[in-house]
Design a protein around this ligand. Structure first.
Ligand code: B12
Length: 211
């Protein structure tokens, strides 16, 4: 069993085998974070095949399901390595009009593993809900994910709502998702952009410390 084999199973959309092989790799001592990293890259590759019309939507759906199945197996192992100290409170969701939740689910897992309390708002979340939930939770961070160029403007709307309510500075606004970038974060005035889930805990902590 190898990590390459698992990646191929994700690409082929075989959730049943992917689960089994993930368990086997864990037993062999492969680092769960390393697995998540490779699986994320595989999913990006699947997206490229879709863009080139080499595969179609049903295949992407199967790959997404296989990736989620593998992540479900990995989740408890990530928990086991986590610290207990609460580092910050986060509301996290996928913006309105966007149903891509796999990346958001991984971010949640990794933040929780590293001592953050996360309120998961799910996907297709109205910008106003991000703000309302942040107020209710007294969150430190409002973190949104967008996977499509067409839904990225919803991340800006979150900031506009905060400004209109006069509470922009109460929260660190974080953005992420494949089409987003540091340039987009600068343009809309977000506090933080994270390229991937792995880097999130450190960047979140640094943002709270004002670094
Ligand atoms: C899987 C997938 C789907 C699945 C989603 C399943 C699910 N339950 O989530 C399904 C099949 C449902 C789907 C549907 C569609 N999809 Co789609 N999909 C993808 C695909 C292949 C992979 C996305 C993914 O899960 N990646 C793996 C995860 C782990 O990576 P990630 O999301 O980037 O997240 C990582 C980082 O970005 C970061 N991160 C992400 N969010 C956040 C947030 C914060 C706060 C932080 C800190 C970090 C962070 O951490 C994660 C882990 O490191 C992408 C291709 C791609 N390259 O992204 C296309 C893609 C996003 N889809 C696309 C399209 C067009 C669609 C559809 C419109 C297709 C259609 N014609 O109907 C629909 C839209 C549905 C909708 N309204 O949302 C396009 C979007 C193009 C655009 N406009 O920008 C893409 C880019 C494919 C392409 N190349 O054309 N899709």
């Amino acid at each position: 069993m190898s990590l390459e084999k698992l990646c191929k199973l994700i690409e082929d959309g075989d959730a049943v085998e992917a689960k089994i092989v993930t368990g086997e790799l864990l037993n062999k001592g492969v680092d769960p974070l390393k697995m998540i990293d490779s699986l994320t890259k595989t999913m990006a590759h699947v997206g490229e095949l879709f863009a080139k019309l080499e595969i179609f939507l049903p295949e992407i759906m199967l790959s997404g399901e296989a990736l989620s199945a593998a992540v479900d197996v990995l989740a408890p192992y990530l928990d086991a390595t986590g610290g207990r100290e609460v580092k910050g409170k986060v509301v996290l969701g996928v913006v309105k009009g966007d149903l891509h939740e796999i990346g958001k689910n991984i971010v949640k897992l990794i933040l929780e593993t590293n001592g953050f309390i996360v309120k998961d708002l799910g996907y297709n979340v109205d910008p106003l809900i991000f703000v309302k939930e942040a107020e209710a939770m007294e969150a430190d961070f409002i973190a949104s994910s967008s996977l499509m160029t067409t839904t990225m403007p919803r991340q800006l709307e979150i900031i506009e709502i905060l400004k209109s309510k006069g509470i922009r500075d109460k929260y660190k606004v974080v953005i992420g998702g494949a089409p987003t970038s540091q340039m987009w974060a600068d343009k809309i005035g977000a506090d933080l952009y994270c390229y991937d889930a792995k880097s999130a805990p450190e960047l979140f902590s640094a943002a709270l410390a004002g670094k």
